[in-house]
Design a protein around this ligand. Structure first.
Ligand code: GDP
Ligand code: MN
Length: 388
């Protein structure tokens, strides 16, 4: 789960990461009021779940009331399209008004969970301000990577090593080390998956400040972090995914036209591959899980059908814990209840498969059966092409 910049800053500052003063605004009038509280020049920042806002007109330095109003009006209520949001963009309904900073140097600082080593990795670069992808493409030798041993946590010497690696002045080292350590503790103590401060700046006045902040959290740990769960902003999420996750389904929206209903994450991934191999494009990843009841299967159909690009549905179930007869009953119920007219391809294997096939065959519905995954994928791709 992602959160907004201002929320990440509020969390990070509690862990000792220094941030500029700022406040939230929902209207141009509030924006000018916040600016008057801060005094002097301010930066008006669109709050959306995306980086690269600066290049898209979502970060503006303003020197007077007129400029603040203009900036606020140009952002509020509009969709901001950055190279991370996709063409649909994301709705701006909040602004963060922050005192302007005299930047001397911009540093990149990120914390990620490295799945290969199962450890938190700190990534830093003296080439801050641009995204990490751009840094690794254009200035890879500036990248510093430090792995944290989970038994002892991040050590002061590691933060100092990063500071020296960045080539900061000795007087700055003592300011940047607590910022790095604080961001690490926030990552660890809040069950974060990612913390990115880009840029972490050194000001002309020799202060260290987190000018931007991004945090993302492990959704499986939210049950024990209610104050983090409250920060969720559904307006920033893919509505298809929000609908599914609110109903306990494991769903990821994709861009194609073949809806997928599969049990098991591995089989779901294999199904996407087989669809691609057969020349089609999946509309989603959906894992219905083990022991799925007919109701859960129907619920999955509802979720898949909310995507208006879907032209055919592929149900692929290998029943171990699951039961093919339950899945089959779920398919039949869904088709009747939801009046589904689009082609549905069903491939069942495993526990109670004969009973499952019998339920489908005697239902009187025109469901396309398949014996293997390859055949199912081919039939689904054909059906979607015909419907297009
Ligand atoms: P992003 O584009 O979504 O990553 O938004 P950022 O908050 O990182 O802002 C983009 C860029 O705007 C930063 O890298 C800075 O160069 C610049 N910027 C942001 N805040 C200030 C500020 O207070 N003063 C100045 N001079 N530049 C700023
Ligand atoms: Mn940034």
């Amino acid at each position: 789960m992602d959160i907004h910049e201002y929320q990440a800053k509020e969390l990070l500052t509690k862990f000792g990461v220094p941030i500029p003063r700022g406040g939230l605004a929902y209207s141009p009038e509030q924006a000018t009021y916040r600016a008057s509280e801060l005094g002097g020049a301010v930066v008006v920042k669109a709050q959306i779940h995306s980086g690269a806002r600066g290049k898209a007109g979502g970060v503006k330095l303003c020197r007077n009331e007129r400029e603040i109003e203009e900036a606020a009006e140009s952002m509020l209520g509009r969709k901001l399209v950055t190279h991370q949001t996709g063409p649909a963009g994301k709705l701006v309904s909040r602004l963060y008004i922050e005192e302007a900073t005299n930047i001397d140097r911009e540093i990149y600082l990120g914390f990620v969970m490295d799945r290969a080593t199962e450890r938190i990795v700190v990534v830093a670069s003296a080439a801050g301000g641009m995204d990490i992808e751009e840094i690794s493409a254009t200035q890879p030798d500036t990248i510093i990577r430090v792995t944290v041993d989970p038994a002892v946590g991040m050590q002061q010497f590691q933060a100092r090593e990063i500071a020296f690696g960045l080539g900061v002045d000795p007087e700055i080292v003592n300011k940047i080390v607590p910022a790095i350590m604080g961001a690490y503790r926030a990552f660890r103590d809040l069950d974060a998956m990612m913390v990115e401060i880009n840029p972490l700046v050194i000001t002309k006045e020799k202060q260290v400040l987190a000018l931007d902040a991004k945090m993302s959290f492990d959704e499986n740990a939210l049950f024990r972090r209610p104050h983090i769960a409250e920060l969720r902003d559904k307006s920033q999420e893919d509505p298809r995914e929000t609908y599914a996750s609110d109903r306990g389904l494991s769903y990821v929206g994709l861009d194609g036209d073949i809806g997928c209903i599969v049990n098991g994450a591995g089989l779901a991934m294999a199904t996407l591959d087989m669809i691609k191999l057969a020349g089609g494009e999946p509309a989603n990843f959906l894992d219905i899980g083990g022991g799925a009841s007919p109701e859960r299967v129907t619920k999955s159909f509802r979720a898949v059908l909310r995507d208006k690009n879907v032209r055919a549905i592929l149900v692929n179930v290998f029943a171990g814990i699951n039961r093919c007869d339950w899945v089959a009953k779920g398919v039949v119920d869904a088709v009747k209840e939801l009046n589904i007219t689009m082609p549905i391809v069903v491939r069942l294997a495993g526990t109670n498969v004969e009973e499952g096939r019998r339920i489908i065959d005697t239902s009187g519905l025109t469901v396309i059966s398949a014996d293997t995954l390859a055949e199912a994928a081919k039939k689904a791709v054909e059906a979607a092409k015909k419907a297009a």
